[in-house]
Ligand binder design. Structure first.
Ligand SMILES: [Zn+2]
Ligand SMILES: [Zn+2]
Length: 295
């Protein structure tokens, strides 16, 4: 089974973790000495989502009980230029989100779970210098995600409940940002629309992006300059049902300082018990101070 040319999906009988075997990914281009950039030659209209050439999932039809890891892995290219980053101007983040939502609307007809994100820096596995994001549509719902959704539902939407003022750090007319009450890394912030369960409209996209930019800059200022590693995620609802879920964006930054990062050690790997030396209330106080100074 593991010699198959297709990626294979299994669920661990020990822990129920999902594992994909994708041997062809050993061949993917990586690092700084690539010669020409593979993403510079792709696409014409930006931002756009193109198929990942070294996809961890297979988009071809196969029988339902096959172990093939079914799904679609896309690369979100923001622009043809290397200096056009996700947060480089007021519009880019909103445009990227619009492209993700458009694509997802269609893919939800085939796949129950879709998530998009940007890995920046080697910490989260980014391997190409061209600014880009990732788009994953999967035929199964990952174990951790199932729990995440169940908890949202059981507690009548965790994001609609009154926010702890100790953790709220930013607000504009439509969006609100709070430091995650349960951070695994030093800086983790959740950005959501205020009390709205619906497909985001243009104004919502701009407000969310404005919040994302403001918060990211505050983390930069708090660390003392541009930092190397971050993960930004766009959390789409189960089966694409925006009425039953609170769309949100999360930011995850492993930096404890510009040159040091929190690394998951043995206890985290073995037991999923996370040790974080940055309590969220303290991080919120610091970020709020920088956000107020930016205004
Ligand atoms: Zn390039
Ligand atoms: Zn809600």
């Amino acid at each position: 089974m593991r010699d198959s040319p297709n990626p294979i999906h299994i669920s661990s009988a020990f822990t129920n973790d999902d594992i994909v075997f994708a041997r062809h990914r050993r061949l993917r281009p990586r690092g700084k000495n690539l010669g020409s950039c593979p993403l510079c030659e792709e696409g014409k209209n930006f931002p756009s989502i193109i198929p990942n050439k070294y996809s961890s999932l297979s988009d071809t039809q196969s029988s339902n009980n096959s172990p093939v890891a079914k799904g679609f892995c896309g690369v979100i290219i923001y622009d043809q230029k290397h200096n056009q980053e996700l947060l480089c101007n007021k519009e880019m983040g909103a445009e990227v989100l619009r492209v993700i939502l458009l694509r997802a609307k269609n893919d939800f007809k085939r796949y129950p779970f879709i998530i998009a994100f940007e890995n920046k820096g080697s910490y989260f596995g980014a391997s190409l210098p061209h600014p880009h994001g990732q788009y994953w549509a999967m035929a199964w719902i990952p174990r951790q995600q199932k729990t995440y959704w169940q908890n949202f539902e059981r507690n009548q939407c965790l994001l609609c409940q009154s926010k702890s003022q100790d953790l709220v750090i930013y607000e504009n007319s439509l969006a609100i940002a709070e430091v995650s009450p349960y951070p695994l890394l030093p800086y983790e912030v959740i950005i959501s629309l205020k009390k709205v369960h619906k497909f985001p409209k243009d104004n919502d996209l701009y407000s969310l992006n404005e919040a994302l930019q403001g918060v990211y800059q505050a983390i930069e200022n708090s660390l003392g300059g541009p930092f190397e590693n971050s993960l930004i995620a766009w959390h789409l609802p189960p089966q694409g049902d925006f009425k039953k879920y609170h769309f949100h964006i999360s930011i995850h930054v492993p930096h404890e300082s510009l040159s040091t990062t929190k690394v998951f050690g043995g206890i985290e790997f073995l037991t999923r018990t996370y040790v974080n030396s940055f309590p969220p209330e303290e991080v919120a106080t610091r970020l709020r101070m920088h956000i107020n100074a930016q205004r």
